[in-house]
Structures are given as C-alpha cells and as structure tokens.
Design a binder for this molecule. Structure first.
Ligand code: KG4
Ligand code: ZN
Length: 373
C-alpha cells in the first residue's frame, strides 16, 4: 500500500501516474495538447479544460490496467489543486475526489509547485534536505530554500515574466512553433551566443528577483534588425576602411544567433541571481533545478558549473520529469504521507481548486510582480 495515484491537469498536459515509495514509477500516461493550442501560439484555457475532461478518466483507467492494479492497491489519490488554469485544475481535482470517495482512500491536494520542488528527489535518492532550488517553468521563476516537505522559503521570484514564457515568445518571434523551449534550444545550438547585444535585466542588482520582460522585447527588436551585433564597432571601422578600398564584412546575424544570444542572456541572469542568493544564505549542500526550463541542457550545464564553483552537489531530474507530469504529483503525495503533513484539516472533499497558491505564503510580493502565483 505504498503506492499513490497522481493526477496533473493544471496547464496543457493531462497526466496520470502510479508511483511507489521506493521511487518506482509503476505506470504513467501523459497527453499533451500542443496541436490544439499551436494555432493560437499559447495555451487557450477553455480548450485545455475540455481536453482534460475528455481524457483524464480513461487515462486513469488505462494506467491502473497497465499496472494490473486497482485503487484498492493505492494508499491515496494525489491531484494538483493549484496553481494553474482554474478549469483544468477543477477537472483533475473533481476526478480525484470522485476516485478517492469511491475507493474510500484519502485525497491529497498537491500544490503543483511542490510537485516540481520535490521532483528532483524522485529521481535522485541521495538528495536530502536542505537544498537551494531554482524552479523555472512556463509560469514561474523562483529561487527557493527547500528545507523539508512543506517548508519552502522563497528567496526571489520574477517581477514580470517567467523564463519559460520568454522562451515561448522567442520561439514565436522566430516562427519556430509552440511550445517554444525545446525548439529555441535546438536552434541556439547552431548560433553564436555572443552575436547579438541583448539586455540582462537586474544583473548585478541588489534585489533578489528576476526580470525577463525586457529581454523578451529585445528579442523582438533583434528580429526586426534593430539591435547591434557585438562587433558593430569593429565593422564600422571596417566600413571606414572601405573608403580606402578595404573589403567590408556583412552587417548581419541569423535567427540561430538570436536564439543562442537569448539563451545565453537568460543563463547569465539565472547564474547571477543564484550567486546573489548564495551570498545571503549559508551555502546548502546541493543546488537543484526543476520545472520545464530545467529540461534545457545549456541551462543544466551552466548550473552544474555554478554548483561546482560553490562546492555544492548538483541535481536535476531527467528532462521528462522537468516538464509537467503526474509522477511528480504522486511523488509529492508520497512525501506528504511520509512526513505526516497530509493537508488542511477538515473534509478533503471540500478542498477548492486554487488558481493562485504560493509555495511560501510568507514571501513578500516582489516589486512590480504581476498575477503569477
Ligand atoms: O513545467 P512546465 O511543463 O509547465 C509549467 O508549469 O509552466 O514548463 C513549461 C515551460 C514552457 O515555457 C516550455 O517552453 C519550457 O518549459 N521548456 C523549455 C524546454 N523544455 C520546456 N525551455 C527551454 N528549454 C527546453 N528544453
Ligand atoms: Zn509545471
């Protein structure tokens, strides 16, 4: 009875998984809705909610069948209860309530961010508490001191856009498609990260936070050809030489250069803000990255290097556990069961979906912070 059924439906992935306390993912299924949202260049909440409603119940059945199990074999049902798109969260939570009630099992209402925050421990048995976590996804960019299950201290967050959003916008501007992160990463591998002058917002700032809106709009200007390449001055000198008959080089950069320069600027910001956080706290034993953007190999490599410089262990889940999935929700449920912190008092069937649900309720709002939880 050390198995939990996990359910995830907070954005555009419908997912169900059976996870055992020994870290085995017994069975899992995940259906992304990329094609449904692609024509709009982003997730359309109403389309997402309908797709979750159509897919989730048969998916749970399939996962149980594949595992040769029934709900009687599970210790609990864990579902994302927020933050996220309210329609999708409600579909997942209501389904989980029905399953829990029908099988007389406890319902665990999981914070999606806690799912990401604990996911590295599902993949890495040696990762103990505390650790410094960079949580980077499509909706969030936070630095957290993870001190134990349920104990998350937010050290910094984005005051405007999440980094995943900036990756998706860059992909859109470059005409790559949706979701953009993996496509930008692939194109960036062919470009020169030093080709285009892009801003690094809040770099060196005394504030603990991130900002990516300025970088995002600089990518738009770069695509429009309004941003200098690094060697423009050299080229101007060359063009003056041209009056003396010397050859003049082309004044141009490619889309791959824009992608690579964007990715590098973003990484510089991540490293700078983590260094800032590390100056303010006692160095924890491990540096950990989680969330969709943690699937990016250039980001992982830069953070691994940073961890080495600080004498810290580095841990990141495999890419499939970085982007939204249900195994991390089932795992967070198991961690909650093991720690005894199974949720608020009262009837779990009364738990409401929470479109906003900060991991650290005590964290002060960041200057200029918008609606992101
Ligand atoms: O964690 P996630 O699946 O959903 C949220 O909770 O937001 O993160 C999705 C985000 C998207 O913005 C996607 O473009 C980004 O993660 N992403 C990546 C990569 N894979 C996914 N960004 C950069 N490089 C990647 N390889
Ligand atoms: Zn997520």
């Amino acid at each position: 009875m050390d198995v939990v059924l996990g359910i995830e439906s907070s954005c555009d992935e419908t997912a169900a998984a059976l996870v055992r306390a020994d870290r085995t993912i017994i069975a899992q299924a995940i259906a992304s809705q990329d094609e449904a949202h692609a024509p709009y260049g982003g997730v359309v909440p109403e389309i997402a909610a309908r797709a979750h409603a159509e897919r989730l119940a048969p998916m749970v059945e399939r996962v149980l069948r594949e595992a040769g199990m029934t709900l009687d074999d599970c210790a609990a049902v864990a579902a994302t209860a927020g933050p996220g798109l309210i329609g999708g969260v409600m579909v997942g939570l209501v389904t989980a309530k029905a399953l829990a009630m029908a099988s007389d099992k406890p319902l665990l209402a999981i914070n999606h961010l806690e799912g990401h925050a604990l996911s590295p421990r599902l993949a890495d048995p040696a990762l103990g508490f505390p650790y410094l976590l960079l949580l980077v996804s499509g909706g969030h960019c936070q630095i957290l001191a993870v001190e134990g299950v349920g104990h998350y201290r937010r050290l910094g967050t984005t005051i405007d856009d999440a980094l995943g959003e900036a990756f998706d916008k860059t992909a859109k501007v470059l005409g790559l498609g949706f979701p953009g992160g993996p496509l930008v990463e692939r194109l960036a591998a062919q470009g020169d990260p030093a080709a285009v002058h892009l801003p690094r917002p809040l770099l060196g700032s005394d504030e603990p936070h991130f900002s990516f809106a300025g970088l995002k709009s600089a990518v738009v200007r770069a695509k429009a050809g309004q941003i200098a390449s690094w060697d423009r001055d050299a080229r101007r000198d060359a063009s003056q030489d041209a009056t003396n008959g010397a050859a003049r080089p082309e004044l141009a950069y490619t889309d791959a250069d824009i992608a690579a320069s964007f990715q590098q600027a973003a990484i510089d910001c991540l490293v700078d803000r983590l260094n800032h956080a590390l100056r303010r706290i006692a160095t924890p034993p491990a540096l950990v990255v989680a969330g969709g953007v943690a699937a990016n190999s250039a980001v992982r490599a830069a953070l691994e290097r940073l961890a080495g410089e600080h004498g810290m262990r580095f841990s990141a889940p495999p890419p499939a556990l970085c982007t939204d999935n249900a195994a991390m929700i089932g795992w967070a449920g198991l961690e909650r069961l093991a720690s005894g912190a199974t949720g608020p008092d009262g009837d779990p069937l009364d738990i409401a979906a929470r479109p906003r649900w900060p991991l650290d309720p005590a964290a002060e709002a960041a200057r200029g912070a918008g609606v992101k939880a």
